[in-house]
Unconditional design. Sequence first.
Length: 113
Amino acid sequence: QVQLVESGGGLVQAGGSARLSCAVSISLFSVRSMAWYRQAPGKQRGLAAQISSGGRTDYVDPVRGRFTISRDNAKKTVYLQMNSLKPEDTAVYYCHVEDVNYWGQGTQVTVSS
């Protein structure tokens, strides 16, 4: 059974930082593309950042330059370092295994102004 366990969310002041982690129990983790999505209140879930099996990263414009996605294949974990957080970053953040469409349970990040 595949499990994705996210951690690291919470309440952060605007301008602050937070680091999300997602531990994935899945075979062949190292060859899978991973992503972080987010869903703000009243909005649809959308992509925030992606990382390929080779480590190539991509970001949506609102987070580019502030967020960094990374992975540790030995630990089967993907990370999202979030800096210079803004109130509009408030959302539930979800970890996603791209090729098999598995989702984590989500972790809440709330940025106070």
